[in-house]
Ligand binder design. Structure first.
Ligand code: Q46
Ligand code: ZN
Ligand code: ZN
Length: 309
C-alpha cells in the first residue's frame, strides 16, 4: 500500500476514506482534519481559552497535542480518580500526563478526588446507591462536576474532551436502541454553554479510534495502553465490538451512522422536550445548575460520603 500523496510506503490505510498515507502525510492530515471540524461545527475561535480533559489515554493526549500543534491556547486538566486496582491505573496515567505537559511546556491542572473530597472514586461508589457493582456512574458524575467547575472557576471558554468516533457511535447506538430522545437531542460535537455550564466540544468525534491510536504512535506520544480496570464488561464495549463487526463488513458504516444522525438532529428530528430540557437552578452548595430540589447530585454524594467517614 502506497501513500496517496507521495507514493512512499503507507503507514495507515483508511478504508472508509479510501485513503492511505505515509507517516509524514498522516501527521499533517490529522491536524488539518481536526481544524476543519473545529471550524465546521464552530467549536471555538483562536482567541478562546481551551481546557482539555486528559486521562493519559491516546485520544485525550493526541487531542492536546493536535491543539498545541495548531497553535490554540490549550491547558490540560487531569482528574485523579484514585483507581489503583491492577496496574496502578491512576498513578500511571497521571505520570504520563505530567510527562506530556512538561515535554511541551504546557500547563496541566491536577485535581485529586480523594484529596479534595475525602475519598477516591471506588470508595465514593461504595457509599452511593448509584455505584453498586460498577463505579462508573459515580465516576462520570464526579468528572462532569469537576470539569465544569474548573473550567468556570478558571475562566476557560470551552472544555474539550477526546471522545472519538467509536465512542460517539457506541453511545449513539445505545441511545437509539432505547430511543432515548432526551439524550439524542443533546448528543453532538458541541454542547452549547448555558447558565452555569461551560461549552463542551469533541474535536475528535469524526476520527476512528484506530486513527487516533496511529496518530499517538506515529507522534511518539507515550500513553496508557490499558483501559481503566472498571471498563471491562461495560455495555459500551459490547456495542463497540458489534459495531466493529459491522464496520469490518461495511467500511464507513460507523461514520455514516454518526453523520446521518447529525443531519437528522439538525433537521429537528429529535425535538427538545420538557424531559430533555429540565428546569435548572443553582445548587445551594456548589452553585452548579441542577434539576434537583435542593442539593445537586454531586453534593448529595459528598454529603453522604462525609456522613460515612
Ligand atoms: S474511568 Fe471511571 Fe471510566 Fe473507569 S470507573 Fe468507569 S467511568 S471505566 S471512562
Ligand atoms: Zn506521503
Ligand atoms: Zn452542588
Amino acid at each position: 500500500m502506497k501513500c496517496k500523496k507521495c507514493g512512499a510506503k503507507a503507514s495507515i490505510n483508511m478504508r472508509q476514506h479510501k485513503l492511505a498515507l505515509c507517516k509524514e502525510h498522516y501527521l499533517a492530515w490529522a491536524p488539518e482534519q481536526t481544524e476543519r471540524f473545529i471550524k465546521k461545527y464552530r467549536m471555538f475561535q483562536r482567541d478562546e481559552r481551551i481546557l482539555v480533559a486528559v486521562s493519559g489515554g491516546k485520544d485525550s493526549l493526541s487531542l492536546w497535542d493536535i491543539l498545541y500543534c495548531l497553535g490554540y491556547q490549550a491547558d490540560g486538566l487531569y482528574i485523579g480518580l484514585g483507581i489503583d486496582e491492577g496496574i496502578g491505573y491512576s498513578a500511571e496515567s497521571q505520570r504520563l500526563c505530567q510527562k506530556f505537559a512538561e515535554a511541551r511546556g504546557l500547563h496541566l491542572h491536577i485535581v485529586d478526588v480523594a484529596q479534595e473530597y475525602g475519598q477516591p472514586i471506588p470508595a465514593l461508589a461504595q457509599i452511593s446507591h448509584r455505584g453498586r457493582g460498577r463505579p462508573c456512574a459515580v465516576c462520570g458524575l464526579t468528572k462532569r462536576h469537576i470539569m465544569n467547575r474548573v473550567a468556570r472557576d478558571l475562566g476557560y471558554d470551552v472544555l474539550a474532551t477526546g471522545h472519538n468516533l467509536d465512542d460517539e457511535v457506541a453511545v449513539l447506538f445505545g441511545n437509539t436502541l432505547h430511543w432515548a430522545t432526551s439524550y439524542l437531542v443533546r448528543q453532538g460535537p458541541v454542547l452549547h454553554e448555558g447558565p452555569g455550564f461551560v461549552r463542551k466540544v469533541k474535536p475528535l468525534c469524526r476520527f476512528y479510534e484506530r486513527e487516533m491510536a496511529a496518530y499517538a504512535i506515529l507522534r511518539g506520544i507515550e500513553y496508557i495502553y490499558d483501559e481503566c480496570p472498571f471498563a471491562e464488561g461495560a455495555t459500551s464495549i459490547y456495542y463497540k465490538e458489534l459495531l466493529n463487526k459491522l464496520e469490518n463488513d461495511k467500511p464507513g458504516a460507523k461514520l455514516t451512522f454518526y453523520l446521518r444522525f447529525l443531519d437528522a438532529r439538525e433537521a429537528g428530528f429529535f425535538a427538545p422536550t420538557a424531559d430533555s430540557m429540565p428546569e435548572l437552578h443553582p445548587c445551594p452548595n456548589c452553585g452548579q445548575p441542577t434539576s434537583n430540589e435542593g442539593l445537586c447530585s454531586f453534593c448529595r454524594l459528598i454529603e453522604k460520603a462525609q456522613l460515612h467517614a
